[in-house]
Design a protein around this ligand. Structure first.
Ligand code: PFF
Length: 455
């Protein structure tokens, strides 16, 4: 077997893994859904799901990844001594491929906004015009396709350099920059008049606003934002030495991810309230409302530019992990094949992503199963493939790998006791699968039906 590259440092692994986790989920989706879905109540729920369901699965992926020391397709068949189980890795590779094909569309929008600011195109417009401009930008076929390609190109250039010189190095620069500059942005935003209204909107719990929909969203969000169910965490953990403390790493990543989600909300909402804008704008919050907020501050566009660059970093470090799992699987961890494979995979992802990119313009009226291409891909990944992958991984770890092997692997590098192990095992074996099955019932429209029956 070919020799695997390893992470250079412990912190390098944590930053790269946190980079995979922190992305559109924490910075884009979390603030607008939390804001409208119960504020602090949603946040509390999200945190509970992250700890009770996300953390056990994250640790499960770490354990089998490090134990397998190989690409995910190989790891599952190796650990179960049965090639059939490679299906989990194959589903992960497929999911990642489809995911990046539309994730890169939004990555492209960020790049287009950065270009607009630098060209001075966002200065001094009135509020309504920002919304119009957003629609113009995302419906322009050439600009969006080129930007999507540039986003994938940057990912190709980094991933083709390998683990240490590519993903680890980029994450070591991008993630601390993200954290430090976000803190700066939050200080700026909290110093605005009326900022406290925004903080309340995001954090004060309103349990009456929680609906079955927002509860399920909090659950889905806790998986999506930790990149679970795709085996990217298996892949990243396969480059680890036995000395890494896995529980500690998992907790660090969860803390970092939660902090960034909170900071994103705190950078956005105080301004939205301070300037009397609409906090319930939904997905367009960052692209159409935020520029109007920054536009009213001194040096506003400079701050908005900083925000977008960080947002781009976050999206890119997530994209690296999506490409990496495919590259590791296709090359069977052979470093000699990395460069060429990364290029081919990246270009294929771009081609598959073209219809999603055009979903906001030329192909807006083309619908399959009542959805545009973009929405269909998003639905397939977030509502079907990721929960399915997560369910299979939870079953695999808890039923196909012996408890002794799991305990030994978990213990290596940490001084975790039997008590922690047992709680983790029970959560993964029973609680996580039940929660995922509830998500599936919801996808099939059966969840609300069951609730109605019991009412
Ligand atoms: N965690 C990423 C985000 O929140 O944007 C998305 C993601 C990355 C999901 C990688 C799944 C994955 F395998």
């Amino acid at each position: 077997m070919s020799q695997q590259e390893q992470w250079k440092s412990k912190i390098g692994f944590i930053l790269a893994t946190a980079g995979s986790a922190i992305g559109l989920g924490a910075i884009w989706k979390f603030p607008y859904v939390a804001g409208t879905g119960g504020g602090g109540a949603f946040f509390f729920l999200f945190l509970a799901f992250t700890l009770i369901l996300g953390m056990p699965l994250l640790l499960g992926e770490f354990i089998i990844g490090r134990k397998g020391q190989s690409n995910p397709i190989n790891t599952y068949s190796k650990l179960a001594s049965n090639p059939k189980w490679s299906i989990i890795g194959k589903i992960g590779v497929f999911t990642s491929f489809i995911l990046l094909s539309f994730y890169s569309v939004v990555g492209g929008w960020i790049i287009l906004y950065i270009v607009q600011i630098v060209a001075g195109g966002l200065n001094g417009l009135d509020e309504g015009r920002y919304m119009q401009l957003f629609e113009e930008i995302i419906s322009n076929p050439f600009a969006t396709l080129i930007a999507q390609f540039v986003f994938i190109l940057i990912s190709i250039l980094v991933v083709s350099k390998g683990i240490q010189k590519g993903i680890e190095l980029a994450s070591k620069i991008m993630m601390p920059a993200l954290l430090i500059l976000f803190i700066g942005l939050v200080i700026r935003s909290l110093s605005l008049d009326g900022a406290m209204e925004g903080v309340k909107f995001l954090l004060v719990p309103d349990f009456t606003k929680l609906t079955s929909e927002s509860i399920l969203f909090a659950l889905g969000q806790s998986f999506f934002t930790l990149s679970l169910g795709v085996s990217v965490m298996v892949t990243y953990a396969s480059y680890l030495p036995r000395t890494q403390n896995l529980p500690q790493s998992a907790i660090s990543i969860i803390i970092l991810n939660t902090i960034i989600a909170l900071l994103a909300g705190l950078a956005i909402f105080p301004g939205v309230f301070s300037f009397d804008l609409e906090p319930n704008a939904g997905p367009v919050l960052i692209f159409a409302v935020l520029p109007a907020v920054f536009n009213q501050m001194p040096f506003g566009m400079f701050f908005f530019l900083a925000f977008l660059i960080l947002f781009l970093f976050a999206a890119l470090t997530s994209a690296f992990s999506m490409i990496e799992i495919i590259v590791a699987s296709v090359t069977k961890n052979n470093p000699k094949k990395r460069k060429k494979s990364t290029w081919i995979i990246g270009i294929l992802i771009f081609i598959v992503g073209i219809p999603s990119c055009l979903s906001y313009g030329m192909l807006a009226d083309v619908q399959l199963f009542n959805r545009t291409f973009f929405d269909l891909m998003d639905f397939a990944v977030s509502n079907i493939l990721m929960p399915l992958g997560a369910l299979l991984i939870a079953i695999f770890v808890s039923q196909k790998v012996s408890k002794d092997v799991l305990f030994t692997e978990l213990k290596s590098g940490s001084n975790i006791g039997r008590g922690f192990f047992s709680i983790w095992y029970i959560l993964l074996k029973y609680v996580t699968p039940i929660a995922i099955i509830i998500v599936f019932l919801d996808v099939l429209g059966l969840f609300n039906w069951i609730i109605d029956v019991f009412k």
